[in-house]
Design a protein around this ligand. Structure first.
Ligand code: ATP
Ligand code: MG
Length: 429
């Protein structure tokens, strides 16, 4: 195929074989968030570039080198959203949703765009489900966010595969004092730093902490520790969070080097990581951003949230064989009809079944075909039962119900009894 007719590198089609797993994952998360009283918000995929510069921070990887930015026909600089928090805060402010201290518990889902080097678990268009909570400053809500993700891992069968890493970044004042101490320490060892870290030393020194370069990591062993610089308020907040996680029985490790890539975080930061996906091990990440709303022009409004990467979680489910077997079945029942008169009857019979059997997934054979070929298609569809409607069955107003997945005998069932009969069969599956 010529190059112009291929998808863009790092932007993937999600094919019919994969969509059942995506939908299962998305429905599980949506149901979970409903059960905790969170409401969905949907923002546009494109925003003014300025929004991301102001919220994410000019000297972050995202803004420096990962954004898809272009000029539209009006000459405005627009950007495909690289993450959801900025747009969510913008929407909340624009519509006055956080005014007067109103609590908002929101979630969103959708594609994000970052010009990164594509590899397993890292793409240029990827998908996140994110949660943002406004006007709840205490550690109780930070704990709830973690508790609900823990429940999600339980629902998906992933609890053994993920670890919670936790840190507190303190207040911005505390962080500023720490930043100076860290810079002084690292400046004195400048020659030993890798090039990236040297650049970050000037622009965003805390990011040096999560450098992947071993030599830089070795240098950091004796560096000043953020935890020794925390303000009392943050220290108490962090203790409150830990006490709640302990009470809920959720295991975690404190990672003092966890700083997160975005500028807007303070106090709580956390990541759920797995060792099953190679280098792209973070499946869910978040934290508190109490200063962001004000920084974006709103009244002081606390915020806390997280986002999870759907591709990585789908990969993890596949890697660990946690894909529910029933997802492979497209339909429950396949209706095969032989001859034109039977085909006509099949059409109305199928509609009656769809009316009367709740949740029934029914495929009607199209394209005619011999008994053998229709039964082959029935088998391929993953259906548990084939319904056989030939001339003889038509005359008697019955169908043959043929179990496809077990050794059971074929039964003859009248059209009238069929809805009840199928409902009973499906309950067993
Ligand atoms: P990483 O350190 O892996 O680059 P990040 O800190 O840039 O992640 P966030 O901005 O916090 O990621 O996004 C939250 C989650 O979204 C990540 O934990 C990850 O699961 C997912 N994610 C981020 N970038 C990508 C990407 N390019 N492709 C696929 N998933 C991604
Ligand atoms: Mg990143």
């Amino acid at each position: 195929m010529s190059k112009s007719l291929q998808a863009i590198r790092g932007m993937n089609d999600i094919l019919p074989e994969q969509t059942p797993l995506w939908r299962y994952f998305e429905a599980t998360v949506a149901g979970l968030l409903d059960s905790y009283g969170y409401r969905q918000i949907r923002m546009p995929i494109v925003e003014f570039t300025e929004l991301f510069k102001r919220s994410i921070g000019e000297v972050t990887d995202i803004v420096e080198k990962e954004m898809y930015t272009f000029e539209d026909r009006n000459g405005d600089s627009l950007t495909l959203r690289p993450e959801g928090t900025a747009s969510c805060v913008r929407a909340v402010l624009e519509h006055g949703l956080s005014g007067g201290g109103q609590v908002q518990k929101l979630w969103y889902i959708g594609p994000m765009f970052r010009h990164e080097r594509p590899q397993k678990g890292r793409y240029r268009q990827f998908h996140q489900i994110g949660v943002e909570v406004f006007n709840l400053p205490g550690p109780d809500i930070d704990a709830e966010l973690i508790v609900l993700t823990w429940r999600l891992w339980g629902l998906l069968g992933l609890r053994d595969a993920v670890t919670l890493e936790l840190n507190s970044l303190g207040s911005s004042a505390a962080r500023a004092v720490y930043r100076d101490a860290l810079v002084t320490y690292l400046e004195a060892r400048r020659e030993q730093l890798d090039e990236d870290s040297r650049r970050r030393l000037l622009s965003n020194p805390l990011r040096v902490l999560d450098s992947k370069v071993p030599q830089t990591q070795a240098l950091l062993v004796d560096a000043p520790r953020l935890e020794d610089f925390l303000d009392d308020d943050s220290r108490e907040h962090f203790a409150g969070l830990r006490a709640r996680l302990d009470a809920a029985g959720i295991p975690y490790v404190i990672n003092p080097k966890l700083v997160r890539g975005l500028d807007y975080y303070g106090k709580t930061v956390f990541e759920w990581v797995t060792d099953q996906l190679g280098a792209q091990g973070t499946v869910c990440a978040g934290g508190r951003y109490d200063g962001l709303v004000e920084q974006m022009g709103g009244k002081p409004t606390t915020g806390v949230g997280f986002a999870m990467g759907i591709e990585r979680l789908v990969l993890l489910l596949e890697t660990l064989d946690k894909v529910p077997a029933e997802l492979a079945r497209q339909v429950d029942v396949y209706l095969a009809a032989f001859g034109e008169a039977a085909e006509l009857a099949a059409l109305t019979l199928a509609e009656t079944l769809r009316d009367e059997v709740a949740g029934l997934r029914l495929a009607v054979n199209a394209g005619a075909g011999s008994f053998k070929s229709q039964l082959k298609k029935a088998d391929k569809s993953g259906a548990s039962y084939a319904l056989v409607l030939g001339e003889d069955e038509l005359a008697r107003q019955v169908v043959g119900v043929k179990p496809l997945r077990d050794e059971g005998q074929q039964q003859t069932v009248s059209w009238q009894d069929l809805p009840g009969y199928l409902a009973g069969c499906l309950k067993q599956h």
